[in-house]
Design a binder for this molecule. Structure first.
Ligand code: AMP
Length: 283
């Protein structure tokens, strides 16, 4: 069932809560694929009721990013959700979420701003304001749906860590459930943005997976020096790859690591043409 208004979702959730049912929330921007599907399946398994939100959140896109061309496939998304057993798709309009007017301006809208330490690195460095938009919308979704559990993919590991921090710092009564990265058979991490890649670029995109898996293999063989591990990446990169970052950070706190250890997550972002791809792996 697709619901478009906050009032309808609230009413439905209220009924469930009265019956003592648990509610899971899977926030997405739609164009659902097997990665999203795994989160929805986990929620359906764990919770009595599952809400999937589908909202291309304008305030998490930076100027010049792909807000207008981001794929919107609500009918297909609905089919997938029904097949997997989700109870509601919540698909609000930007107007429903933010009202009329100055939606992109924090002069007129209350934002939730995550801490600088967590934002001033990885994707936050190039996507200034992105995580403010993410935390603001996720906080709104938590207030609207009041879920007992919310499901987030490790594909966006920085986002997951920041959401966890927000939930802790603001005492939001929800349990965050992390879900592993789902990959294509080729190893490419699934992403709605993979739709932008042509066949040739898809080939170049495999470098991310190769770099990360090779770093993990080298680490398992005993290499702990981060510079040495970083150097193993360069043979996989060519003129079609614009490397934005390759970083070794603590998987819980995003602290810099002096040398690699079992709680290190390796994060990579590469631009291929206009398409920005991210991936990561735990050592
Ligand atoms: P998005 O629609 O890109 O905002 O993603 C919605 C949720 O799905 C986020 O929690 C993502 O981390 C998660 N997700 C996206 N792609 C994958 C994937 N390949 N594997 C696991 N989770 C994913």
């Amino acid at each position: 069932m697709i619901l478009h208004t906050i009032a309808e979702v609230r009413e439905q959730v209220k009924k469930w809560k009265k019956e003592g049912l648990t509610v899971g929330l899977v926030p997405t921007m739609g164009a659902l694929h097997a990665g999203h599907r795994s989160l929805i399946e986990k929620s359906v398994e764990k919770c009595d009721k599952t809400v999937v939100s589908v909202f291309v959140n304008p305030i998490q896109f930076c100027p010049g990013e792909d807000l207008d061309k981001y794929p919107r496939t609500l009918n297909e998304d609905n089919e997938l959700c029904e097949k997997v057993g989700a109870d509601i798709i919540f698909a609000p309009s930007p107007k429903e979420m933010y009202g009329e007017g100055h939606i992109l301006s924090n002069d007129f809208l209350t934002y939730v701003i995550p801490p600088y330490f967590y934002v001033n690195k990885l994707c936050g460095k190039s996507r200034v304001g992105h995580f403010d938009g993410v935390c603001t919308v996720v906080n709104k979704l938590f207030n609207i749906v009041q879920p007992d559990f919310a499901f987030f993919g490790q594909k966006d590991a920085q986002q997951l860590i920041i959401i966890r921090k927000m939930v802790k710092d603001l005492n939001i009564p929800v349990e965050i459930i992390p879900c592993p990265i789902v990959r294509e058979e080729s190893g490419l991490a699934l992403s709605s943005r993979n739709k932008y890649l042509n066949n040739e670029q898809k080939g170049y995109a495999l470098a991310l997976r190769k770099i990360l898996f090779n770093i993990k293999a080298c680490y398992d063989k005993g290499i702990k020096d981060i510079e040495a591990l970083k150097e193993t990446a360069y043979p996989y990169l060519n003129e079609h790859h614009n490397l934005e970052y390759l970083e070794f950070l603590d998987a819980d706190t995003l602290d810099e690591k002096k040398s690699a250890d079992d709680n290190t997550r390796v994060f990579i972002a590469v631009k291929i043409g206009d398409v920005r791809l991210i991936d990561n792996i735990m050592l």
